[in-house]
Design a protein. Structure first.
Length: 210
């Protein structure tokens, strides 16, 4: 079963990808992770990606699709995989198809902008040990203080309200049109947010017939 998870930043794609991967015994492949691995490996595509990143330029679709194609050809993907992070645009979706990469299901995680703003503005991280919290869902024992090491918790720049609004605007403009792209191919599976990680996982597995 070859899957993509679509959804706005903060929709919970990474969390759900890990759960579904475990349930279906297939790898969850984060584009960011395989990009970093390709750079570390020193492969031809990795060297090209590194040159882009060091110059401050965006890594081209051609390089990203090449790295994904190489990763999906590895033996652990023989029975399927979950791709998280690509495609982000129609152009990337078309490039994947041109490379023979097609999907059985495209799960669209439907979460309102308001819910995402609440979720992300409530996130806190420990700059020292990396532990993460949420002021409502996973609060620390003592407000503003890390349970693990006692350091003062901070808000990541990515979670600041103005940054979240900007990221949502980009998502609606560039990535949301993918829903219609995959609906026209008969593989779109919308799943409404269920309010908890467990309930949303169950809903996703249900639409996948798993």
């Amino acid at each position: 079963m070859n899957l993509i998870l679509l959804g706005a930043p903060g929709a919970g794609k990474g969390t759900q990808a890990a759960i579904i991967a475990r349930e279906l015994s297939i790898p969850a492949i984060s584009t960011g992770n395989i990009l970093r691995a390709a750079v570390a490996s020193g492969s031809e595509l990795g060297r090209q990606a590194k040159a882009c990143m060091e110059s401050g330029a965006l890594v081209s679709d051609e390089i990203i699709i090449g790295i994904i194609r190489d990763r999906l050809a590895e033996s652990d993907c023989a029975n399927g995989y979950i791709l998280d992070g690509v495609p982000r645009t129609i152009a990337q979706a078309e490039a994947l198809e041109e490379n023979g990469i097609k999907f059985d299901h495209v799960v669209s995680m439907e979460v309102s902008d308001e819910t995402i703003m609440d979720r992300m503005s409530g996130r806190r991280v420990c700059p020292k040990c990396g532990a993460s919290y949420h002021v409502v869902a996973v609060p620390p024992k003592k407000e503003g203080v890390c349970d693990v090491c006692g350091s003062e918790l901070t808000t990541r720049k990515d979670d600041a309200p103005e940054t979240v609004k900007a990221r949502l605007a980009v998502y609606h403009k560039e990535t949301e049109p993918l829903k219609e792209f995959y609906r026209s191919r008969g593989v779109l599976r919308p799943v409404e947010d269920k309010g908890s990680v467990e309930a949303t996982s169950a809903a996703i597995l249900k639409v996948l017939g798993a």
